[in-house]
Design a protein around this ligand. Structure first.
Ligand SMILES: *[C@@H]1O[C@H](CO)[C@@H](O)[C@H](O)[C@H]1NC(C)=O
Ligand SMILES: *[C@@H]1O[C@H](CO)[C@@H](O)[C@H](O)[C@H]1NC(C)=O
Ligand SMILES: *[C@@H]1O[C@H](CO)[C@@H](O)[C@H](O)[C@H]1NC(C)=O
Ligand SMILES: *[C@@H]1O[C@H](CO)[C@@H](O)[C@H](O)[C@H]1NC(C)=O
Ligand SMILES: *[C@@H]1O[C@H](CO)[C@@H](O)[C@H](O)[C@H]1NC(C)=O
Ligand SMILES: *[C@@H]1O[C@H](CO)[C@@H](O)[C@H](O)[C@H]1NC(C)=O
Length: 779
């Protein structure tokens, strides 16, 4: 393909440049990464905390025992001070790597040898691949690049505050783009894969030893998914959450992130839950995250959360109380300066014990040591060989484009309008999002290794391409409708590249509407009316939009949701439009109609309330009208399915009488999942084998989603929920078998009103596309 030649061409020059730079003599001294225990330093040579033969617990104790109270307090903030007398450099805890090593935190600067990193698609698009091993590979690459940036002296730390695994509860949320979507199981699997990849574990897990490639952080605990809506801002939002919703919707992604992913950090959120700010919630931080989930790492506050307790939320009586409340609840690190400014006074006022400070320091220094930052020059240690040449490598670039291609969701393709012919056509590309590569990045971005615009990608296929922006901006307050209509009349094909950008949805900015902004819809309809053939609509958005009108308009033949596809993502769009890639992404969120905005964003309830007409949220609970369903997505192929086998009926299983079975009038008999324990749950697990045949004439990547529902659902039960998913490559005409292991304790269970995860006895139905399979639990 033409474009790849162009890519290689650019890479050639890029690396020639890097080579010249790294051979110059300017960069060497300033590009040393910060580390402690320099073997060349006579002061630290003999200190026990520098002795790599000793266990980390002993080294950490030795270090802490040498610190004065002032020195200790200075370590409890994101920009931790140097301790020169002990040879310890300053450390920055705040780095970001949501979808690539980012310059969004203060610790990374792209002003040296490395001026860009691989820009993966924004997470919501990555989630649409439903491909767990792919998620892992992305994070692994990000971890490698993080080391490359660090080793080159352009990072002040190796602790990353990613992933964001808050559930995407409402389509208006400005940061929904950063998340893996609305399903708690998918979000949990994404969290697990991301953390394992970034930290250096294996895909299957269990390989993570003491050493960390990088440290990941599960954020923002908990029930945080509102920025700024109708005068309510995240810093003082009190989320009213039922125990039931907390247990089976808001918490599961975090539980998986810590328990299965083994994340070494959790960040507490700005907001309160049921009146208690998350960062002072002892039950949440200490009982749940640290004890129940067994967090081996540190708990960070979101930035300035501690100061807010006194300054904004009026929760604490004084700054010292705010500091003491947070540390006493289990928070270890203040993103901000409040603990540094008021910590000593809190100790003097006996609100904060030095023992709590030492506990925080243990959690913090343990992670710095596990990252190898107290072992002398890290470039001579494990991960030390990763150099600048691995950042933006061709392999990493190709992976990013591949993710973008596989995430994009084909929403409409009437009369097989797509793919478009590559030859002998004239093409008009219209829309503000075609001409700006920055839109493709989404938030928490960085300079990408390559930065094609969608227009450039289309031009690489069709020389005879005319372009018009159509709107003044994505907000589209001014539209040149007459001009674009004239263009549309003259060409064979029209592709409109519309949607949203960070001026419409981002951190600190929720949407009020679900429809396309300003005059976009009017422009799309006018162009579609004027064009010779049905037009193609490409949407760059994070969150869902109400495009009912485009969906129903026969003059709009194809619709592709492209998320924010990352630096190389424009290539992916063109690859799909011209048939060099068969789309297979599926929506990770429900697309609601505009009428959904009549329910307040502040209403946290997942479950519907029939009396008031409140419809509930996400595919698990919402029965109202939808523009597109969770899991929806077309392909250039058609697929058929068969359920080949379910191992469950091959054996008989009964739950031992020693496990209490609860009998209540308003539900089937049930067990509390934690009473069942791992062994029984494992014994109940079974395998479903699904056959999938590709009837198209292109190979395709296809995700199989298996849902489960109760045969007799009651109030509060999900309509259905995802039980398993896997993504497979299927050649044209080929049939493949997909095996999914399902654990009823995890996948058939849901929370009762007390917030217990329970498994009901009785008949369930497995749903695979339009197939149903009846199944009994426990047998
Ligand atoms: C890059 O920026 C950082 C932070 O502003 C600065 O300390 C450093 O000296 C800069 N490096 C170069 C090579 O300009
Ligand atoms: C495109 O046009 C050229 C020149 O008219 C012709 O030789 C070629 O066969 C055409 N290609 C297709 C795919 O129609
Ligand atoms: C990075 O440096 C290369 C080589 O000089 C240059 O071509 C590229 O534009 C730079 N990228 C950014 C994002 O500054
Ligand atoms: C592309 O179009 C330009 C003019 O728009 C023309 O000069 C050039 O020859 C064309 N290239 C090809 C390969 O058709
Ligand atoms: C977008 O347009 C609306 C009017 O349609 C206006 O109220 C709003 O301020 C604009 N937003 C931006 C970011 O320009
Ligand atoms: C399972 O139990 C049923 C009913 O008790 C019995 O008919 C069946 O043979 C058993 N199956 C196996 C594989 O043991």
């Amino acid at each position: 393909m033409k474009l790849f030649t162009l890519t290689s061409f650019i890479f050639f020059f890029y690396f020639t440049f890097l080579l010249l730079l790294s051979h110059g003599d300017s960069a060497t001294e300033s590009s040393r990464p910060p580390f402690a225990c320099d073997t060349a330093n006579p002061i630290t040579k003999t200190l026990p905390f520098c002795n790599m033969q000793l266990p980390i617990t002993m080294r950490v104790w030795d270090l802490i025992s040498r610190l004065t109270l002032d020195e200790k307090i200075d370590q409890l903030v994101n920009t931790a001070a140097a301790i020169p007398r002990l040879g310890i450099p300053a450390y920055e805890w705040w780095q970001e790597a949501l979808h690539g090593v980012s310059s969004a935190g203060p610790g990374i600067r792209f002003n040296g040898t490395i001026n860009a990193t691989t820009s993966f698609p924004q997470v919501i698009l990555t989630a649409a691949t439903f491909d767990y091993p792919l998620w892992y590979r992305i994070a692994k690459v990000i971890g490698i690049e993080a080391r490359g940036v660090y080793n080159s002296g352009q990072a002040k730390g190796m602790t990353y505050w990613s992933p964001n695994v808050n559930l995407y509860r409402d389509p208006r949320w400005g940061r929904g783009q950063e998340t893996p979507g609305e399903d708690p199981f998918v979000a949990g699997k994404y969290a697990e894969a991301f953390v394992k990849g970034l930290q250096g574990d294996s895909l299957e897990g269990g390989m993570l030893g003491e050493q960390l490639q990088a440290s990941a952080c599960c954020k923002h605990l908990t029930a945080y998914d509102l920025e700024n809506w109708n005068g309510v801002i995240r810093q003082n939002f009190n989320a009213k959450v039922t125990q039931q919703d907390l247990a089976d919707t808001f918490q599961p992604p975090f539980k998986a992130c810590v328990e299965k992913g083994k994340a070494t950090c959790v960040m507490c959120a700005f907001n309160s839950v049921n009146g208690v700010p998350d960062c002072v919630n002892t039950d949440l931080l200490t009982n749940v995250a640290r004890k129940q989930w067994n967090l081996q790492g540190y708990i960070a506050s979101d930035c300035d959360s501690v100061s807010l307790l006194y300054d904004t939320q009026e929760y604490a009586q004084s700054p010292e109380d705010a500091v003491a409340d947070a540390l006493n609840a289990g928070m270890d690190l203040d993103c901000g300066t409040y603990v540094k400014d008021h910590g000593k006074k809190a100790v003097e006022q006996k609100k904060l014990a030095v023992g709590q400070i030492d506990r925080a320091l243990i959690n913090l220094f343990t992670i710095r040591m596990r990252l190898g930052l107290f072992d002398g020059d890290p470039t001579t240690r494990p991960y030390g060989e990763i150099g600048a040449d691995q950042v933006c490598s061709q392999d990493h670039q190709n992976l990013a484009i591949d993710v973008a291609r596989n995430g994009m969701v084909l929403l409409k393709n009437s009369e097989k309008l797509l793919p478009l012919p590559k030859e002998n056509i004239s093409l008009a590309v219209i829309g503000p999002n075609a001409y700006d590569w920055v839109v493709s990045l989404g938030d928490y971005a960085q300079p990408p290794c390559v930065d094609f615009t969608p227009l450039q990608a289309f031009q690489s296929y069709v020389n005879d391409t005319v372009y018009h922006k159509g709107c003044d901006s994505v907000n589209c307050t001014v539209a040149k409708i007459d001009e674009v209509v004239e263009i549309a009349k003259k060409v064979d094909y029209v592709v409109l590249v519309m949607g949203l950008d960070q001026s419409i949805e981002t951190e600190q900015l929720d949407r009020v509407d679900l429809v396309l902004p300003g005059k976009q819809q009017e422009l799309i309809d006018s162009v579609a009316n004027a064009a010779k053939k049905p037009v193609v609509l490409v949407l760059l958005t994070g969150g869902p939009v109400d495009i009912t009108s485009a969906k129903n308009n026969p003059k709009i033949g194809g619709i592709l949701w492209a998320g924010y596809p990352g630096g190389g993502g424009s290539i992916a769009i063109a690859n799909i439009i011209f048939g060099d890639h068969n789309p297979g992404g599926r929506l990770p969120v429900t697309w609601y109609p505009q009428s959904y905005t009549k329910y307040p964003l502040t209403d946290m309830r997942m479950r519907p309330e029939p009396i008031s007409g409140y419809p509930g949220r996400t595919y698990r609970f919402y029965r109202g009208p939808k523009v597109y369903e969770f899991g929806y997505g077309l392909s250039y192929s058609t697929y058929s399915y068969e359920i080949i086998s379910v191992t469950q009926n091959k054996f008989n299983f009964s739950v031992p009488f020693s496990v209490k079975k609860f009998e209540k009038l308003d539900s089937a008999p049930y067990w509390v999942v934690s009473d069942l324990g791992e062994d029984i749950c494992k014994a109940m697990s079974f395998t479903i084998t699904v056959g999938v045949t590709n009837h198209g004439d292109m190979a395709g990547k296809h995700s199989v989603l298996v849902f489960v529902r109760k045969e007799n659902p009651r109030n509060g039960d999900p309509i259905k929920q995802l039980a398993g998913f896997a993504s497979v490559n299927i050649n044209a005409g080929e049939k493949v078998e997909v095996e999914l292991e399902l654990n009823p304790c995890e996948r058939f269970s849901s929370a009762n009103e007390e917030g217990q995860i329970v498994l009901e006895e009785g008949p369930y139905v497995l749903l695979v596309e339009d197939l149903q399979y009846h199944i009994n639990v426990p047998v």
